[in-house]
Ligand binder design. Structure first.
Ligand SMILES: Cc1cc2nc3c(=O)[nH]c(=O)nc-3n(C[C@H](O)[C@H](O)[C@H](O)COP(=O)(O)OP(=O)(O)OC[C@H]3O[C@@H](n4cnc5c(N)ncnc54)[C@H](O)[C@@H]3O)c2cc1C
Ligand code: FES
Length: 576
């Protein structure tokens, strides 16, 4: 009503009922104002009602339904106006209690009919309209149905409990005793002492071309190369963390091969990554850094190597790395954290300077996420303009003891430059770590470690070999390709049975070097006894090998040797 007044341009009328509730405390002036207001409402309501009534009839004659509906709405408004005016006059005349006036106002606001009347029509049972009665009955029936269902469920629960409690006594826990702890989920408990149920990984050898899809610079001298199979979403082989791939390429007309550890974990099956340090005089690392770009294909063979750890063979692991020797360690760390391995992982690294700390950011990130990954790094020198709050100087015995509590009972993997590896080996020996707990991998030549070969009496060669040897002795030629004066006096003869070639074997040359000199093909990669690419069968004689890391127990039992390491003072026959 007030809104309508406003729309017509007049001032909005003040609500009458709220004023009436204050009636008992009103002054005579206020009461006469209300009297005038009430009469005004009766007059305007009456006029509006007559007008709306006429409008309704006219609309009905014209069969104008919309206008009829609008007229009905105006009649209702006019009636409300009449009603409020009348209530005001009554209150003034009869002194109606404020509570009754408030009730009438509330009914007016909520559009409720007076008691005993229903706006929906005739009154039904219990004084309710039929609509209310039917709705309430439906709600009551629904509530009864829900209660019945709940009671049924309760009965079934009791029956189930009775069945369970009638089970054999041994399966029951006496009342009052604490609930026994469930068997620990091995990868969730901190106190685990046994390895988790990680399925052992297998490696499957493969050779072919892989494509470079991304190259990322890790440090000023180190780049990571991401490789994918030319076809298919998965890499074409499986591997164990710590293994490496052997790459071959023709550089300046010469085929060269080098091995690189897989730095990405086996859990990422769509690519492999290698992280390579550029050696200033290095043929292959310079080729990778300076020539290879995204989209190029690289010839790959592998995986190979026994410097592996998949979490199944110890309950904690210590990874000690120097420089780029961190790559196989990173594969292990990435794999174990991807697998939520429960054991403690200790990474101790020796870094030349802060700039050359490979994977530093990723290690910081992983360390924040995995409380059981402990990283300690010793930086030989801090690069200008960089921050370092860790150890400075060489990796000392104290630093190792501090970084790895109880190191003497843990499995240790060690990889880095030969001098650093030698120093750490000595530290570990002083700390009482049994040698068979230490696994190593050398990336480069073991400088100064080659002792003279142990002389061994050669066994009598088979008859056919004897004939060959006689021919060699009659027509001895020093193997071409060996620098003159460098080859020691040949005390023995090396026979390549498959190629039918023979040559003197000086004590300071390896089987591989002699084979290369006379053109007998033997594959190789690392030349330091770790990759196993040069494995060859020893058919007769005895050899010494400084490093045999790539040989398994079966290899040794079957007479397999590493051509890059094998030397002898006696006659030798190999299957090449
Ligand atoms: C199993 C295995 C895994 C390897 N994984 C990685 C890896 O993940 N990342 C990586 O960068 N390298 C790795 N290497 C070393 C890599 O195979 C090459 O030896 C290295 O890249 C150098 O090759 P090059 O052809 O550039 O140098 P070369 O032409 O062979 O040598 C050039 C010069 O560099 C010196 N040199 C060669 N290798 C080293 C070395 N490692 N340290 C110091 N001086 C050296 C040589 O004495 C020579 O003076 C791994 C080696 C092995 C055996
Ligand atoms: S070439 Fe790698 S072990 Fe001999």
């Amino acid at each position: 009503m007030e809104a309508m007044g406003a729309m017509m341009g007049g001032p909005p009328k003040k609500q009458l009922y709220p004023q009436l509730m204050e009636l008992p405390a009103m002054t005579p002036e206020a009461r006469s104002r209300i009297d005038a207001d009430a009469r005004d409402r009766i007059n305007t309501g009456n006029a509006a009602l007559v007008q709306a009534y006429d409008d309704y009839h006219r609309a009905m004659t014209n069969n104008d339904i919309a206008a009829m509906s609008a007229a009905v709405t105006r009649q209702r408004a006019a009636l409300a106006e009449l009603e409020s005016g009348t209530a005001g006059l009554r209150a003034l005349a009869e002194g109606e209690a404020p509570r009754q006036i408030g009730l009438t106002w509330f009914r007016d606001q909520m559009n409720l009919a007076p008691a005993g009347m229903s706006p929906e029509g005739p009154v039904g049972p219990f004084g309710l309209s039929w609509f209310h009665f039917i709705s309430m009955t439906a709600v009551a029936l629904f509530a009864l149905a829900m209660a019945a269902m709940a009671a049924r469920r309760h009965r079934r629960s009791i029956a189930l409990v009775n069945r369970l409690t009638s089970a054999p006594a041994a399966a029951l826990r006496p009342v009052g005793q604490p609930v026994p702890a469930p068997p620990p989920a091995p990868w969730r408990t901190a106190e685990l002492t046994s390895p988790p149920p990680i399925a052992p990984l297998k490696s499957s050898t493969w050779s072919g071309a892989m494509h470079v899809t991304a190259i990322h610079r890790e440090t000023p001298h180190v780049k990571t190369f991401r490789l994918v199979a030319p076809e298919g979403a998965r890499i074409p082989f499986t591997f164990v963390p710590g293994q490496f791939l052997t790459f071959s390429a023709t550089v300046d007309g010469k085929t060269i091969r080098r091995s690189y550890s897989i730095a990405s974990p086996p859990t990422r099956t769509s690519y492999v990554e290698i992280t390579v340090k550029r050696e200033d005089d290095g043929e292959f690392s310079r080729y990778l850094h300076d020539t290879v770009s995204v989209g190029d294909a690289l010839q790959v063979r592998g995986p190979s190597g026994a410097f592996t750890f998949d979490g199944g063979n110890a309950d904690s692991i210590v990874l000690i790395a120097g420089g780029v020797g961190i790559t196989p360690m990173m594969c292990v760390i990435r794999y174990l954290t991807d697998m939520t391995w429960p054991g403690e992982i200790f990474l101790v690294c020796a870094v030349r300077n802060t700039e050359e700390f490979i994977f530093r950011e990723e290690l910081e990130y992983l360390q924040r996420r995995w409380p059981k990954l402990h990283v300690a790094a010793a930086v030989a020198a801090r690069s200008e303009g960089t921050a370092w709050m860790g150890l400075e100087g060489q990796l000392s015995k104290d630093a190792v003891v501090h970084a790895v509590p109880g190191i003497e009972r843990r499995r240790i993997h060690l990889c880095g430059p030969p001098p650093m590896m030698d120093a750490i080996r000595r530290v570990l020996a002083e700390l009482g770590v049994p040698p068979d707990q230490i696994k190593t991998e050398a990336f480069g030549p073991a400088m100064g470690l080659v002792p003279p070969p142990r002389p061994s009496p050669p066994p009598p060669p088979p008859a056919s070999v004897t004939q060959l040897l006689q021919r060699v002795e009659a027509d001895t030629v020093p193997p071409s390709g060996l620098p003159e004066g460098e080859a020691g006096p040949a005390t023995a003869t090396l026979l390549f049975a498959r190629s039918g070639k023979a040559a003197p074997l000086p004590p300071d040359k390896t089987v591989l070097e002699v084979a290369e000199a006379i053109g007998v093909p033997i594959d190789y990669s690392c030349r330091v006894g770790t990759c196993g690419i040069c494995k060859t069968k020893l058919l007769a004689g005895q050899v010494t090998m400084e490093v045999q890391d790539a040989l398994t127990d079966e290899d040794k039992a079957s007479g397999t040797i590493l051509a890059c390491q094998a030397r002898s003072l006696g006659n030798v026959t190999v299957d090449a």
